[in-house]
Design a protein around this ligand. Sequence first.
Ligand SMILES: [Zn+2]
Length: 213
Amino acid sequence: MIQHNDYIDLLKNNVLWAVEKLKTDPSYFAELSLPQKPNFLFIGCSDSRIPLDMITGSEPGELFVHRNIANQVNLTDINLLSIIEYAVEILNIEHIIVLGHYKCGGVKAAVEGLNEEDIVENWVSQISDLYHYHKKELEAIGDKTKMYDRLSEMNVIVQLKNVLRTPIIQRAFRNKKKLWFHGWIFDINSGLINDLPLPLDEWKELDLLPEDY
Ligand SMILES: [Zn+2]
């Protein structure tokens, strides 16, 4: 459990950070308060071990971020849909990245459950379906950790496919907007990101991507 002092430390650290930033660049916050122009939309897992800015060497203002358990793209999630719409239509972001990670508790919960009747299992039911659909291939891997790693990769691809299925993205294609999609996995064991190969031909066949993508 977090101690009272840990909470105070967060606020102290904040003051130190602001003072330090001003020391090195007196106009830092004047510039930060200008309208944002991020280049990337990240849809990632909420896991606390993935400090997005740090692992990508990004600065404030560069990443537009949505996070939830196991980086789910649910087509009825008004929160995420609003973010995609704002990113594509207002901020004109061209790169959309779904970022999963190995050793994802949400992916594991989809297969093994957490407690009885918990909400998380409900939330990650798409991954449960994915697991059952590919059960043979996944069980053949043998090693449980590797099996979950593979399921995490499959989950990233499926969620990226869900991004393509949103009316926002399809409208953007009709309007000839330039958009790039990426499926990434953060390997907690090495600190490195795997840029996953995407089934582009399959997505074109399903009319989710334009032919000239
Ligand atoms: Zn996770």
